[in-house]
Write a protein that binds this ligand. Sequence first.
Ligand code: NDP
Length: 450
Amino acid sequence: MSQDLDLFVLGAGSGGVRAARMAAADGARVAVAEERDLGGTCVNVGCIPKKLFVYASHVAEDAHDAAGLGWSMPRGAFDWETLLANKNREIARLNGIYAQLLDQAGVRRIAGRARLVDPHTVAVGEERYRAEHILVATGGWPSLPEIPGGELGITSNEAFHLKRLPRRVVVVGGGYIAVEFAGIFHGMGAEVTQLYRGPLFLRGFDDDARAQVAQEMRKRGIELRFDSNAVALERAGDAIRVDVSDGSRLEADEVLFAIGRHPLSADLGLEEAGVELDANGAVVVDAYSRTRVPNIWAIGDVTNRLQLTPVAIHEAMAFVRTVFGGEPTRPDHADVASCIFCQPPLASVGLTEAEARERYGAVDVYRSRFRPLKHTLTGRDEESLMKLVVEPESNRVVGVHMVGADAGEIIQGFAVALKAGATKAQFDATVGIHPTAAEEFVTMREKATS
Ligand code: NDP
């Protein structure tokens, strides 16, 4: 029997859950189908467990730094199984909260894989649902390379469930996930080698920030090998042998591929219903997240715009306002801040220096590198970087970049200033909080030469 709904959502990740809840709050009859755990990538195998791992990976460093601050700490031991059990408990709690939020909003939860039968009908198992609107929010999945033995490697999905902490890890890739996991495994005591196919990783971020992260990772003892890639993997007893493009060989207990994520759009009946997919399988949408089929919409990673949880949530809110709020609203993808939780973290908002030069021609750059106050006592050889990119004609700050402790927390605030169109003069007129690292952003007066 078919059941009539105003909205059927495929996928209960960050975007799908937000859209379902908000639409239901507007009085819509809503169902959401999920074939895995509620909360999607972010809650189960992404942002949340990753950040918990990052906290864990910092402890050895903090304990080491404690000596200069007067504390003598016994050398502790790290237990992976405890961390995993605690992490799993927290994720289960969050899964429960997501269920509760959907139930409280009156959204019907359906466990199972949904597939479009036609533009208004969705099938889950034997059940058929008729819906006025359909929202595809099925997310993405980490990719594996097509190289001999590629299947011996793991992705971030498996990294969150390893039975034991690997002693030697090879990380392949140079984006968010690769850099974050290199720091995580290193902090927990593993020997880490990271391979990146280009001359400098973190393509798309500001060049000074990229170089700074590389410098700080190397200081910590992570082996970064640029212009190199894994070309073949082979089992060697309990270990995995990695053939590197430069002809060398590495041996590791785990090889983590973090080479990008692809949209989960296959076998959903999308193309048969008339929805267009691009060459990467991403659902093609207009500025309002509408597909080529007028009543089918898509948000989040499956559209491959910006693969970030807060962006999926933002797109969900715009979708609900457009469809159920009577107010056509385009999600705004400009100046979205983000943070790579490496050690120390890199966060930024707005344009890189190179992007700003391309857009505006000449730009003013302000740059500060300094040793964080804390490390004057701990003795740690760590350097922070802060950088402002200013468009000289309007005096507007168009890029803010930081590598240093708490960069994510700091840049979040500056993202508001950038979004509000703050000028360098307004940054200068702002009195700093002393002593903080963040005050550097309002005290930089000397233009840097490139
Ligand atoms: P990214 O797209 O960030 O990076 C992929 C990396 O893999 C790039 O360095 C790329 O190199 C490299 N690569 C691609 N194909 C190959 C290949 N065949 N062989 C070797 N290297 C390859 O992807 P991630 O997997 O790191 O993360 C996916 C997305 O998830 C991110 O873009 C981000 O949007 C999101 N995310 C956000 C986080 C956060 O906000 N903190 C954390 C984790 C993920 P090249 O540069 O040369 O193309």
